[in-house]
Design a protein around this ligand. Structure first.
Ligand code: PGA
Length: 305
């Protein structure tokens, strides 16, 4: 990506003018092939089709016992059932996958893992293969979460894991996000690079099976989430990168979630004004009452015309 002139002095685009210019810049098609498509109008995300919203719970290394896992499932089943327009996914630790699968047997809840290894089988002590994960009825897998990247997971490994997931019929929830919001706009480069590398050699046709979770690392486990306005800018930017790498149809069809201190109070504004397709939820996914509220909030948000 070339330089973004007005970004050099636009620190977080608090001024309306800068903000408008930024939205215009990131939403203007660059390559000839998509100009004719014109899916974007001056910073507005057009909605070619109404996607279902998604609320994904990333339980991380919680809870301590299977009984507690079952309690969480019990506590969110009603909301998931009522929320016809929302895909609800829970991602427990590997050790609970099989039992949680049983617990959700009659519920409108899908199962996801928090990671997979990128090879299907072999002498890999302590790892869990995508074949095994898919074999116990898992439909989704989180890939490239910042807490794994922090432990040495590289973009290349993330890319291999996305391939491995797709090869085994799992929907990757591909996490991207900057560690810091540099005032010179470097974080945009970082996001672009994560997408380019993560999707290296991933076919256009496979993109329909991928979900992107934009999670600014500084907002994960924090006190407050990113503002809906800033999320909206980032969604536009992610779609621009996808449009340039693939095309406008792909960029519109890939679901983009937000993650990082999402809760029952901010969920509505984030989904509505941030124009995301849903949320990847950490801490609040362990509190059934709050997670249920988020599911219902997502269900009540009307699609923009
Ligand atoms: P958080 O975690 O909701 O607790 O901030 C989000 C995540 O890490 O996916």
């Amino acid at each position: 990506m070339g330089p973004i002139p007005f970004l050099t002095h636009a620190s977080h685009f608090t001024q309306q003018d800068e903000s408008r210019k930024f939205l215009y810049y990131i939403s203007t098609p660059l390559s000839k092939s998509v100009e004719s498509g014109s899916f974007f109008l001056r910073g507005k995300i057009s909605h070619m089709k109404t996607k279902k919203k998604m609320i994904v719970g990333n339980w991380k290394m919680n809870p301590a016992t299977m009984d507690e896992s079952k309690k969480i499932i019990k506590g969110i089943t009603k909301a998931a059932e009522a929320a016809k327009k929302v895909d609800v996914v829970v991602c427990p630790p590997f050790i609970f996958l099989t039992e949680v699968k049983k617990a959700i047997a009659k519920a409108k809840i899908a199962l996801g893992s928090q990671d997979i290894y990128f090879e299907d089988a072999g002498s890999r002590t302590g790892f869990v293969s995508p074949v095994q994960v898919a074999g116990v009825g898992t439909k989704y897998t989180i890939i490239g979460h910042s807490e794994r990247r922090d432990r040495g997971e590289t973009d290349e490994m993330v890319n291999q894991k996305i391939s491995a997931a797709l090869r085994n019929g799992l929907t990757p929830i591909f996490c991207i996000g900057e560690k810091e919001r540099h005032s010179n706009g470097d974080y945009l480069e970082h996001i672009s690079m994560q997408i380019q590398k993560g999707f290296a050699a991933i076919a256009k046709t496979d993109l329909q099976k991928v979900v992107i979770a934009y999670e600014p690392v500084w907002a994960i486990g924090a006190k407050t989430a990113m503002t809906p306005h800033d999320i909206y800018e980032m969604v536009l930017y992610i779609k621009k990168v996808l449009r340039e790498k693939y095309d406008a149809i792909v960029s519109e069809s890939v679901a983009v979630l937000y993650g990082g201190s999402a809760n029952a109070e901010n969920a509505e504004a984030i989904i509505k004004d941030g124009e995301v397709d849903g949320l990847l939820v950490g801490r609040e996914a362990l509190v059934p009452e709050n997670f249920s509220k988020m599911i219902l909030v997502a269900n009540n948000i009307k699609a923009k015309k």
